[in-house]
Design a protein around this ligand. Structure first.
Ligand SMILES: Nc1ncnc2c1ncn2[C@@H]1O[C@H](COP(=O)(O)OP(=O)(O)OP(=O)(O)O)[C@@H](O)[C@H]1O
Length: 204
């Protein structure tokens, strides 16, 4: 179980969120939602250890392996998708890629990919890496509805019992993923987070 207790994050003295209390169960699926600028990416980056909190504590993360889809694709453009996956230690990347990318693009460098194809390669890379936690920042950007549905079922097929926390602006994703929605709602004292069903959070 991962628990954020009284989390606070600010940049240059500006509070992004504070009094943030959240609990994620080990194999849960969560959609982090809310308007732009509420600090969703910041929260993912804190969980990934790329940023530190200004206050409060994150419990339960100590040795957990995390794989992440960043808001940017972070692919090496001159390399194929398979070579990109090999760079992070995936020994057999092709089976991971074939399921969500057209066969004909697999011999091409990523620089020739459409935005949605790059996004799928970034998702495949995160899925292919052994990890206990999957963090995905807007993984479905640039995908049409059918492709989005394919990527959602791909993620669910290969998630195993990994915890999945992703950001999305699309309410339908919550249902399609069978996820619990975590909303970042702005409060007068700064920003904070609120669950759609607070009772459920108590039970976690
Ligand atoms: N490194 C940084 N330095 C200063 N301010 C930052 C930094 N990173 C983020 N911010 C600010 O923190 C706030 C929250 O940003 P963040 O990207 O976490 O929001 P978000 O909810 O993920 O937005 P979106 O839905 O648009 O991705 C924004 O006002 C942003 O400008």
């Amino acid at each position: 179980m991962i628990r954020i207790e009284n989390g606070k994050k600010s940049y240059d003295g500006r509070v992004i969120w504070e009094n943030l209390n959240l609990t994620f169960s080990e194999s849960g699926i969560y959609c982090l939602m809310g308007p732009s600028g509420q600090g969703k990416t910041t929260l993912l980056r804190c969980l990934a250890g790329l940023e530190t909190l200004d206050g409060g504590t994150i419990h339960g993360l100590s040795d957990a392996r995390i794989s992440m889809v960043f808001q940017e694709d972070r692919l090496i453009p001159e390399l194929t998708a398979a070579a990109n996956l090999k760079l992070v230690g995936v020994k057999e990347p092709l089976p991971w890629l074939r399921e969500i990318l057209p066969e004909e693009c697999l011999a091409q460098p990523v620089s020739t990919f459409s935005g949605g194809m790059k996004r799928r390669a970034a998702v495949a890379r995160a899925m292919a890496v052994p990890s206990a936690i999957l963090l995905m920042d807007e993984p479905f950007t640039g995908l049409d509805e059918r492709t989005r549905d394919e990527v959602i079922s791909y993620i669910l097929r290969y998630r195993g019992d990994r915890m999945l926390l992703l950001t999305t602006h699309e309410p339908e994703d919550v249902e399609k993923l069978g996820a619990e929605c975590v909303r970042m709602d702005k409060l007068s004292s700064g920003n904070a987070s609120k669950r759609e069903n607070p009772q459920k959070n108590e039970e976690n």
